[in-house]
Ligand binder design. Structure first.
Ligand code: M6R
Length: 607
């Protein structure tokens, strides 16, 4: 998705903006640009491709003069990813410059109308309509907030934008509706950005803007207004505990690798304060005043969806709660039958995924309470859910989600224990065995990760020529197989399909031949004999097999990959990084852009 950074203060603005854009690279982008007001003129710099291309153009000495400006990384939705369509966009007179994230759905009709009135358009984007509308508003209204409010009343869709004017250098206006935008409050300087890392090195004081809010700011002041009424809104400044280091690579070659290796720490953090060992109880005070649901609907996308599917097996087994897990983009358009004693659990790392948010809104419309499980503090999912459980994985920068899923699994596991206890159905030994295994898990994983990486690297060389992979698992390992396939395809661009191993014989097995390998999850659990039979079927068709397994499973496959045996479902915390590392090493070996895979964005804020 697009990334926005706007700065006004006492420093040279362009380096601040370029640095901010670099921190937003994880959102995925195909072009970038920036603008500033100087000597009663808007100066505009744009380039397609990577940020370096934009930086190469910033050679004029005037670049160091402005102390305010706006910047943007674009992820194309309307119009090709070229320089002309890159933001910022100007109005016809070149007085205003605007950067935007979101989609203006009625842009076509507005554009035609504006063209008839004499406005000149220079791009194919929906965004350009907005800057022209604000310019039109300024002809009729006396102030910027009024003109912006009027312009926004004309558009349908989503937006987060920042605007500057040649006549008011140092002033910035910004607003949001269904796309993320935050205000960073500094001393003698203020920021607006799509995400916190963009300004984290300058300030940790943040104001979370809500939908329908507009901010007017300069270096020394800021004020938030309601877009509709233009009445001032009182906002709290919140102090964020993240440090800049946490948002950087910390010596690893890629963010993805760093984030995979952070998983032991993530598990520790997720468990901290969540288990009362004396009382043998799970602490989830966020949910104490909510009844245990009669049925749970888990709504999520991508990796978060796989985490939900994994949790279904546990919640049904240990908490006796019927669970439906649904891809958010399907959930939002179903004719849902939801009962008041049911709950929706929305899982999202970013907390900004448009489809998941739509699921939350739908549930709330139907009077169903929503629990948000998300990573980003103050995100829209967090704010719109009735209760929120934070996963505390820290900023996840790599587009491929890794440590966030690990944190989701820990919290979903704890949620199962918590509701199982409240239902009085949790088998007696489960809590003590879970506590015991969880307490040693981070250390074991820390030791194991380098070994897993080594094995993954060796296998990646062996299998780099494969064009397709099956990932097979049964029971709780089925969602992990789906995740293994997703990871491999998104970063190495090798086609991969995750399947319930027992489903192979119903069609997919027709694809098996010596060039179509299978990655199996054949762990030492109650379904191992079944998985073994399924693998025999693959073998009989000449298919090569890599299998994550445990010692003494007596599994005869081409590449057995033995993991240390843990207790019960906690084995998933060893399987997950093995799958992640296999995809990672494969992508590295094939020379792919691991952290920013093509066509993908970190936070999918459009439908
Ligand atoms: O931020 P969210 O958890 O809501 O994101 C959901 C998906 O977009 C995300 O998991 C996506 O599938 C990742 N690229 C997976 O690595």
């Amino acid at each position: 998705m697009c990334g926005i950074i706007a700065y006004t203060g006492h420093r040279p603005a362009i380096p601040v903006i370029v640095e901010g854009l670099k921190k937003l690279e994880y959102r995925g982008y195909d072009s970038a640009g920036l603008a500033f007001a100087l000597s009663e003129q808007i100066h505009l710099y744009r380039a397609s491709g990577k940020l370096e291309a934009l930086e190469d153009r910033l050679t004029s000495p005037i670049i160091m003069q402005p102390t305010s400006g706006i910047g943007h990384t674009r992820w194309a939705t309307h119009g090709l990813p070229n320089e002309q369509n890159a933001h910022p966009h100007l109005d016809s007179s070149g007085s205003l410059a605007l950067v935007h994230n979101g989609i203006i759905e009625n842009f076509q009709e507005l554009r035609e109308e504006l063209i008839k009135e004499g406005h000149q358009f220079n791009s194919e984007t929906d965004t350009e309509v907005l800057v022209h509308l604000i310019a039109k508003g300024l002809q009729k209204m006396s102030s910027f907030p009024e003109a912006i409010s009027w312009a926004l009343s004309q558009i349908e869709g989503s937006y987060a934008f920042a605007l500057i004017s040649k006549d008011y250098p140092g002033k910035i206006w910004a607003a949001r509706q269904a796309s993320p935008l935050l205000l960073g409050v500094g001393t003698g300087e203020n920021f607006v950005a799509s995400d916190i890392p963009a300004f984290l090195q300058y300030t940790k004081d943040v104001v979370f803007l809500e939908d329908g809010e507009l901010v007017e700011m300069d270096a020394n002041s800021w004020q938030v207004y309601s877009v509709d009424s233009l009445k001032p809104v009182d906002k709290q400044v919140q102090h964020i505990a993240w440090d800049v280091q946490a948002a950087q690579k910390g010596g690893f070659k890629h963010f993805m690798l760093k984030e995979i290796f952070e998983q032991p720490r993530v598990i520790r953090d997720c468990l901290a304060g969540r288990i009362d060992r004396k009382k043998e109880q799970v602490i989830l005070t966020e949910l104490d005043d909510l009844p245990v649901p009669r049925r749970l609907h888990i709504v999520a996308c991508g990796t978060s969806y796989h985490a939900g599917l994994w949790a279904k097996y546990l919640l049904e087994k240990w908490a006796h709660i019927p669970v439906e897990v649904e891809i958010a983009s399907e959930f939002r358009y179903r004719h849902l039958v939801l009962n008041p004693d049911e709950l929706v659990l929305a899982i999202s790392q970013s907390g900004e995924t448009a489809d998941t948010l739509a699921g939350i809104r739908l549930a709330k419309e139907k009077g169903i309470k929503v629990i948000g499980l998300c990573n980003v503090v103050g995100s829209t999912v967090a704010r719109e859910s009735d209760r929120v459980i934070y996963t505390q994985a820290g900023p996840e920068i790599s587009v491929a989600s890794t440590k966030a899923m690990c944190s989701q699994l820990v919290l979903l596991y704890l949620l199962t224990l918590y509701w199982g206890q409240r239902q009085k159905v949790l088998p007696l030994d489960v809590l003590s065995k879970s506590i015991h295994t969880f307490s040693s898990l981070p250390d074991i994983l820390e030791t194991e990760l380098p070994r897993l990486r080594e094995k993954a690297a060796a296998l990646s060389q062996e299998y780099a020529a494969a064009r397709s992979f099956f990932f097979l698992g049964r029971g709780i390992n089925y969602p992990l197989a789906l995740e293994g396939a997703l990871k491999l395809k998104e970063i190495s661009y090798i086609h991969a399909e995750g399947y319930a191993a027992g489903e192979m014989k119903h069609g997919p097995i027709a694809l098996i031949d010596p060039n179509f390998p299978t990655f199996a999850l054949a762990l030492n659990d109650e379904l191992l004999p079944k998985v073994k039979s399924n693998l025999k079927e693959v073998e009989a068709r000449g298919g090569k097999i890599i299998a994550l397994t445990h010692p003494q499973t007596d599994l005869k496959v081409d590449h057995p990959w033995e993991l240390p045996l843990l207790w019960g479902p906690l084995n998933s915390f060893m399987v997950l990084p093995a799958l992640q590392l296999f995809a990672y090493e494969m992508a590295v070996y094939l020379g792919k852009d691991v952290d920013q895979p093509r066509n993908l964005a970190k936070s999918v804020t459009v439908e």
